[in-house]
Write a protein that binds this ligand. Structure first.
Ligand code: UDP
Ligand code: MG
Length: 278
């Protein structure tokens, strides 16, 4: 039977949330009655997460367990899940119960309307105001401006994608959040829905303010790749062209100063600059 939906869940030290999450998903999916799978990707947890995931997989054929050898980070864990997913539609979620499995209905509804990407928006977000909500506002503004794809909440893990579009995208660093923009550039139809967001009940967040900076650095990479990846010469060539032009100018100036004005080569930095620029 063709699997319709793969739910992908990166897990890093979330032992207390996992069983509850699996139960919630199960009850939602039973209501939907479509073939689905839940892929838990253990990202090198140091607690009992992997044991619990394997246990869940043993007793429920819809659950699959993937184990990463060490902690590679949320993006890499998600990528591992995507690589193994068999569903036509993918919905990544957090393992900490902050996303609400009941939102799966809304995501699928939008996908059936013909969208390729449905992005979650945690309108009432339950996270720290200063260390999380404010930086996130700023990041969303920047990402929207730079990518030209306007979303309120790039950081929300819960999104829905058409699998075949995602397979093309390689993810690094904190890049999983840019995927909507990336596939929108390639012509995907994208929309946004408000999702329920709950406070973290068990375990701890793995991130603080420093993630904002990493996200912004990754944003530069994304921008570079998309703008210049098919034409790197436009980027490097332009720099080279300017450098070479200036070298001609400084070289000629050095010769002019020596021959006409009488200032020798060693009196100015021009010859060195010329060599450097060439
Ligand atoms: N996560 C992961 N690897 C990591 C860090 C986090 O797989 O190195 C998972 C984590 O278990 C959770 C999700 O990514 O399912 C989001 O992490 P967290 O809840 O700490 O982030 P926040 O909700 O605070 O932004
Ligand atoms: Mg969380």
């Amino acid at each position: 039977m063709q699997i319709k939906l793969s739910i992908i869940i990166p897990v890093y030290n979330e032992e207390k949330s996992l069983s509850l999450l699996a139960t919630e998903i199960k009850s939602v999916m039973t209501g939907l009655a479509i073939p689905y799978e839940v892929i838990f990707v253990d990202d090198g947890s140091r607690d009992r997460s992997i044991t619990i995931i394997e246990e869940l997989a043993k007793f429920d054929s819809a659950v699959r367990a993937i184990k990463l050898r060490r902690n590679y980070g949320q993006t890499a864990a998600m990528l591992a899940g995507i690589d193994h997913a068999r569903g036509e539609i993918l919905i990544p979620m957090d393992a900490d119960l902050q996303n609400d499995p009941h939102d799966i209905y809304k995501f699928l509804e939008k996908m059936h309307e013909g969208y390729d990407v449905v992005s979650g928006w945690r309108k009432n977000r339950h996270d720290n105001f200063f260390s999380r909500k404010i930086p996130s506002r700023l990041a969303n503004f920047l990402i929207s401006k730079i990518t030209g794809v306007y979303l309120h909440d790039y950081g929300c893990t819960m999104k829905a994608y058409r699998t075949k579009l995602l397979r093309e995208v390689r993810l690094y660093g904190e890049m999983h959040r840019f995927v909507p923009a990336y596939i929108a550039w390639h012509g995907a139809k994208i929309t946004e829905i408000v999702t329920n967001h709950r406070p973290r009940k068990y375990g701890q967040t793995k991130y603080g303010i420093s993630r904002t900076f990493r996200v912004i650095l990754d944003l530069l990479t994304v921008k570079f790749f998309t703008k210049y990846s098919t034409k790197p010469m436009h980027f490097f060539g332009k720099i080279g062209f300017y450098a070479f032009s200036f070298s001609l100018f400084s070289g000629l100036l050095a010769i002019y100063l020596r021959q006409v004005v009488g200032i020798s080569f060693i009196e100015t930095p021009l010859p060195l600059l010329t060599v450097f620029l060439v």
